[in-house]
Design a protein around this ligand. Structure first.
Ligand code: 5GP
Ligand code: MN
Length: 338
């Protein structure tokens, strides 16, 4: 790790640490934040985790998740914690707009800030930027961070469970963004006590009935295929949200079903939220949905998984998406082999 000596020095005396992660926190956001929190608490720091919005209830089993502060629910408590902080970590994001209104408070804070993230194009708002766009997940980077500073022995069973969760969710259960290194680290996590079958069940096999009904509706009624540009699209309106009682996290994973089709290289889930329309894009092989999100939808992420948003109506957004897609379509791409 670059700056290891300086970061070690920062951590050598007790600090009031705040760990941030991005809005709509996923398994990697939550896993990396909790893993780092357990590690820092174990070396005598006082730690608070703050998310802009709530995390999906499927993650409530994760150790320490009950103590996370959510800005949407308790803004004053969050602001007080930020003011008190003398060390800030930003995990699994690297542009301040991903933490909404808190971005401004964080920018104003003069204490040292450390980004640990695997997204493309990090913004230079922190004193230390630990960025690895080839990492499977921020959780994998937290594994390296702890190992580098204190050795793998510091990864307790509790920390290992949090790290495992982020790796599983960000690799689609080891389907993409994998490497020999990540499998070695997962072997270490199992040796640290992770029960992988139990955790896979906790993460994936506790859905509510309404999720599968929503998925069925999306695939049967709402799926649109644009064969000429090898693109699949599902859009959900506010009425759909009411009809299926869709809560935060309920649409997670739906976009990936489109990529299962042989004739789809670009997949989109476009959802009407209270104030914005959100896009969730995926691609196969050498098509960069990060460029699409960055150039047209004020977003970003990874080459094959990105998101963005539009202030506008659902139909305007769908129309815009359909207009920009042909520019990114690659007719002769043999994606499956990549
Ligand atoms: P998802 O489609 O699952 O919401 O997000 C896919 C990836 O894109 C994630 O890595 C996520 O962090 C990133 N992402 C999602 N929405 C946004 C956004 O609005 N802005 C940026 N910069 N990244 C996003
Ligand atoms: Mn991630």
């Amino acid at each position: 790790m670059e700056n290891k000596a300086e970061i070690s020095k920062l951590l050598s005396s007790p600090k009031d640490v705040v760990i941030f992660s991005h809005r709509n926190p996923d398994g990697d956001a939550l896993g990396s934040s909790l893993a780092l929190c357990h590690y820092l608490t174990g070396i005598h720091h006082s730690v608070k985790i703050i998310f802009p919005s709530e995390y999906p209830i499927i993650f409530t089993w994760m150790p320490g998740s009950d103590k996370v502060l959510v800005y949407d629910l308790s803004p004053n408590e969050c602001i007080a914690a930020i003011k008190q902080a003398n060390l800030i970590f930003c995990l699994d994001f690297s542009s301040l707009d991903r933490i909404d209104k808190m971005g401004e408070f964080v920018n104003q804070q003069t204490c040292p800030k450390i980004i640990i993230d695997h997204h493309l194009d990090p913004e230079p708002f922190a004193d230390y930027i630990i960025s690895d766009t080839s990492a499977s997940s921020t959780c994998e980077m937290i594994f390296d961070f702890i190992s580098d500073l204190h050795g793998k022995e510091k990864i307790t069973e509790e920390i290992a469970a949090c790290i495992y969760t982020g790796i599983v969710t960000d690799t689609g259960s080891f389907k993409y963004s994998t490497s020999p290194a990540v499998f070695r680290k997962v072997a270490d996590l199992l040796e640290a006590g992770v029960n992988d079958v139990l955790l896979q069940n906790l993460i994936h096999n506790r859905l509510q009935e309404k999720y599968l009904r929503l998925l069925g509706y999306c695939l049967y009624e709402k799926m649109e295929i644009m064969p000429e540009v090898k693109t699949g699209l599902i859009s959900l309106s506010r009425e759909d949200y009411i009809k299926f009682d869709i809560q935060r996290g309920d649409t997670e994973g739906i976009v990936n079903y489109l990529l299962m089709l042989e004739n789809v290289d670009i997949a989109a889930l476009i959802t009407e939220q209270p104030t914005i329309v959100k896009l969730s894009l995926r691609s196969k092989g050498d098509i960069s949905v990060q460029e699409i999100c960055r150039d047209h939808f004020k977003g970003g992420g990874h080459k094959n998984a990105s998101g963005g948003a539009v202030y506008g109506t659902l139909s305007q957004t769908v129309k815009k998406f359909k207009e920009v897609i042909p520019k990114y379509f690659k007719p002769n791409l043999s994606n499956i082999s990549k």
